[in-house]
Design a protein around this ligand. Structure first.
Ligand code: ZN
Length: 141
């Protein structure tokens, strides 16, 4: 059993942005040389999540609209009274309650075992940001 760790660095450009990181995760798996096992993809932020869903342009717009409606940016949020991160981002944290920081994905014969219509998304909830980090830890043989 071997363990390897890779970092994916992203720059985001919008308040809410859904970015397909399947190619980067696939590249990390290839670089590891591992054939069978599982990997964990984790966002290292409290206002950005990892989610597996379908990549279809109009659906991505629907998702963005849905998240904005779910928790409006303007509200009477206590977190925004004295934000320790210098950002009025209570709404971003609250949207994050409904998603995961990480996803675990099995792989075999060096390929991710995800479905035909599944993509791995990094979901920015408090952009734009110059630098966001996603860790990929791969366990396998
Ligand atoms: Zn905050």
């Amino acid at each position: 059993m071997q363990v390897t760790t890779h970092t994916i660095t992203l720059r985001t450009t919008k308040p809410i942005e859904i970015i397909d990181i399947t190619p980067e995760v696939t590249a990390a798996l290839s670089a590891s040389g591992l054939q069978r096992g599982q990997l964990t993809v984790i966002s290292q932020h409290t206002t950005a999540c990892i989610n597996i869903n379908e990549k279809e342009e109009r659906l991505l717009e629907d998702m963005e609209t849905f998240l904005k409606r779910l928790v409006p940016r303007d509200g009477n949020y206590l977190h925004n009274l004295a934000p320790i991160d210098g950002r009025d981002n209570a709404h971003s944290h609250l949207i994050g309650l409904f998603m995961n920081s990480s996803e675990t994905i099995p792989f075999a014969e060096g390929k991710l075992l995800i479905g035909e219509w599944q993509s791995i998304f990094f979901i920015e909830l408090d952009g734009a940001r110059e630098k966001r980090s996603v860790l990929v830890q791969i366990l396998g043989i």
